[in-house]
Design a protein around this ligand. Structure first.
Ligand code: B12
Ligand code: SF4
Length: 370
């Protein structure tokens, strides 16, 4: 006999998932919004989002017998430790501890095995499979879709990591939640780089998370000051949300703050390989050593602390022209316009020309906490 909804829910909780909801399977809800987003080019260089679109738009392309979307959330809010200040950068909350792809991925694998023992076939993933996880979360009433595009549990939290499993059994579905944003638009107004084209429509090409985690390139000059102190990811659109005023605290030791702040001088003086080794097993591994240095240089330039000059100069010697270009910009922001003595070489000419043209103004520091 097929398992009942309470059995599956109990199993999911036993495997470490905090919130569990179900939706009946059909074409992925809001698929047209996803297509329009791709057509507008809002995914930038994340070309993988444009692949397996048929699966993203209908999970039955992958699991023809799928009947139920089981949407799972792991809550991850921990309080930010005291700010060490100085030349440090901020890390987005989801990346403070272990890489959730591993942590949640393992739980998902075990849950799938337990479901298979009950005779239930499943397919799904956490983040990396071609699944529109937030569309399914909204359809299952796990949260509502905030204007910041994030899934939110009303008056409780949006600090959640999602996973979705499609099952070949019918389980009692949940009802989608109504909108709980109303007239609020705090996230849209607070975004330091104006990444929201409108409510529930984010142009990743303007998002700090995209430029500090996903992109291998250097953020366009007009966006760099907005990056402020964010050295990896960005939480502004969640931090300002009133539904996160008193968020549920997570009891996830693996996601507790280990890397809530990064020392910028230490990032810039370490070997790339040493950085990769230090951050293996955490999300901070993703941009690689050069990516972390690029980010650190932008933050140094925004802090405007002249004491950062020595560390910024290290960037000029890096093998990657993206890091060298970031160093040129950073030094100009520190009031050290290096165009007078740096050898113009491929990859930094554009940056040198901008400094020469007076396009890079010295920094006056970033607002506290950002
Ligand atoms: C690509 C990606 C990014 C990109 C693009 C983000 C974006 N807004 O599209 C970048 C690198 C910028 C990014 C940033 C972040 N990400 Co991200 N990202 C993804 C990924 C891999 C795909 C998302 C995607 O397909 N985007 C395309 C757009 C169009 O889809 P969407 O935003 O998911 O929106 C759909 C639904 O919201 C649906 N929808 C639902 N209800 C409604 C209602 C209406 C009216 C409409 C029109 C649409 C609609 O319509 C959309 C299209 O189908 C997912 C994992 C996954 N496989 O889903 C994680 C994911 C969305 N990211 C996540 C996280 C944690 C983040 C960050 C918070 C990380 C950080 N702190 O730096 C930020 C948040 C920025 C933000 N406001 O979105 C979590 C979100 C958890 C949550 N509570 O919602 C996910 C689900 C990963 C996970 N498994 O936990 N991310
Ligand atoms: S800040 Fe306001 S508009 Fe943005 S998601 Fe939260 S409630 Fe909605």
């Amino acid at each position: 006999m097929a398992p009942l909804r309470p059995d599956v829910e109990a199993l999911a909780h036993a495997h470490g998932f905090t919130t569990v909801r179900c939706a009946p399977v059909g074409p992925t809800p809001h698929g047209a919004a996803f297509r329009a987003w791709l057509d507008a080019g809002h995914h930038g260089s994340m070309g993988w989002l444009d692949q397996q679109v048929d699966v993203r738009l209908d999970p039955r392309t992958r699991l023809p017998t799928a009947r139920t979307a089981l949407v799972l959330a792991v809550h991850h809010h921990h309080r930010r430790p005291p700010d060490p200040g100085g030349r440090t950068g901020l890390v987005a909350r989801y990346a403070w501890g272990r890489d959730y792809h591993n942590l949640v991925g393992k739980r998902l694998k075990r849950l799938r095995r337990a479901l298979a023992d009950l005779g239930v076939a499943s397919w799904g993933g956490v983040d990396t499979a071609p699944i529109l996880e937030r569309s399914w979360a909204a359809a299952a009433g796990l949260g509502f879709t905030g204007k910041n595009t994030v899934q939110i549990l009303p008056a409780r939290t949006s600090w959640m990591l999602l996973a979705v499993l499609f099952l070949d059994v019918d389980l009692t579905p949940d009802t989608p939640l109504r909108d709980h944003c109303g007239r609020c638009r705090r996230c849209l107004d607070a975004c330091p780089t104006d990444a929201f084209v409108g409510p529930r429509d984010l142009d990743a090409r303007r998002c700090i998370a995209y430029w500090t985690i996903e992109s291998r390139a250097l953020a366009p000059r007009p966006l760099r000051a907005g990056i402020g102190r964010w050295v990896f990811g960005c939480d502004v659109c969640q931090e300002v949300c009133p539904h996160n005023a008193a968020p549920d605290e997570a009891a996830e030791d693996d996601l507790a703050p280990r890397h809530a702040f990064l020392d910028l001088d230490a990032l810039l003086t370490a070997d790339d390989d040493a950085l990769v080794e230090r951050f293996t097993g955490t999300p901070l591994r993703r941009p690689g050593g050069a990516g972390l240095k690029r980010n650190a240089l932008l933050v140094l330039g925004n802090l405007g602390d002249p004491g950062g000059e020595d560390a910024a100069r290290r960037g000029l010697e890096h093998a990657d022209p993206v890091v060298r270009a970031a160093a040129v910009w950073s030094l100009a922001r520190l009031g050290r316009p290096v165009h007078r003595w740096v050898d113009p070489d491929v990859g930094v000419q554009d940056e040198l020309a901008a400094v020469r043209a007076g396009e890079v103004v010295p920094a006056t520091g970033v607002a506290a906490g950002r």
